[in-house]
Ligand binder design. Structure first.
Ligand code: A2P
Length: 273
């Protein structure tokens, strides 16, 4: 018999858990963001991550953890990614175009969720590099504004251009009518954005850890030093960054929480390539 006559045997294998890319934007030669369709069944909490990827050369899925950068109410999913020239996944993922398919396992998990924190007055989001992604979700999440009077987002990158995704997102929030209607103008005014660079001249330079230690962060923002009674924090960056921030938060008397045991701060490692 002619196998080609059978539509089943001729079918090109489709990706498991395939989603379609809807838009891609490149920020620098190291950074890009993209949006994909959202599986109808996918429920997640703003701040969580999923496994996404492509089919590897061996025919097996090549997956990495990516924070969902879009909020839980959005009908698409957004991701913010580094491009590593010899990275098994990102060397290929950086070439995706609208209409392409990626693999997305619809099993969201993660610690950067409001449920893992005790009630407080002020929340700090501390990000470096692509660690901004979960906060791109949480900054568009109504609960963030219901839970806190003040929302401080710090983002430290090596170079100025690496701040663009975060800067445009925050400026966009405050200018977008739909976002103003959804989140409220007074609520959006709670956001204090504190971008810093370490290897290129900018208005504020230095590692955020240094700016915490020397008190500049608090002086610049006009807020009191870290206080476990009032302050909460979410942290997302490299392993070393997370370790150093954790030490500073603990020195100030804050304790690390979890979904099952909410406390004063939570930490997650950013996707690194
Ligand atoms: P620096 O340029 O001084 O290393 P990376 O691209 O290596 O992930 O770094 C992103 C940003 O985070 C850089 O500005 C970098 O500063 C900063 N950074 C890296 N490690 C730490 C750390 N342990 N504590 C504070 N900031 C850090």
């Amino acid at each position: 018999t002619d196998v080609n006559a059978s539509p089943v045997s001729r079918a090109i294998p489709t990706l498991p858990d395939a989603q379609t890319v809807t838009s891609v934007r490149h920020y620098t030669d190291r950074l890009f963001a993209f949006r994909v369709t959202r599986p109808a069944s996918l429920r997640f909490r703003s701040g969580e991550f999923v496994m996404i990827g492509l089919l590897g050369d061996n025919g097996k899925p090549l997956l990495r953890a990516y924070s969902i950068a879009s909020p839980a109410w959005d009908d698409e999913l957004e991701f913010y990614s580094i491009k590593v020239p010899d990275g098994p996944l990102t060397s290929r993922l950086q070439h995706i175009q609208p209409g392409d398919q990626i693999i997305l396992r619809p099993k969201p998990v993660g610690t950067l969720v409001h449920d893992a924190l005790l009630p407080g007055k002020r929340i700090y989001f501390f990000a470096t590099g692509t660690g901004f992604a979960p906060f791109a979700s949480l900054l568009r999440e109504p609960q963030t504004f219901e839970d806190y009077d003040e929302i401080i987002i710090t983002h430290t990158c090596r170079e100025v251009a690496e701040l663009t995704y975060g800067r445009e997102l925050i400026e966009g929030l405050k200018a977008d009518e739909m976002m103003i209607e959804l989140l409220g103008e007074e609520n959006l005014a709670k956001i204090k954005y504190y971008p810093t660079t370490t290897r290129e001249e900018s208005p504020k330079m230095g590692r955020i850890t240094t700016l915490i230690e020397n008190g500049e962060l608090f002086a610049d923002l006009g807020v009191p030093p870290l206080n476990p009674e009032t302050d909460r924090a979410m942290v997302c960056g490299s392993l070393d960054f997370n370790k150093d921030i954790k030490a500073l938060l603990e020195a100030a008397g804050l304790e690390e929480g979890a979904n099952s045991d909410p406390k004063q701060f939570v930490i997650e490692k950013a996707f690194v390539g």
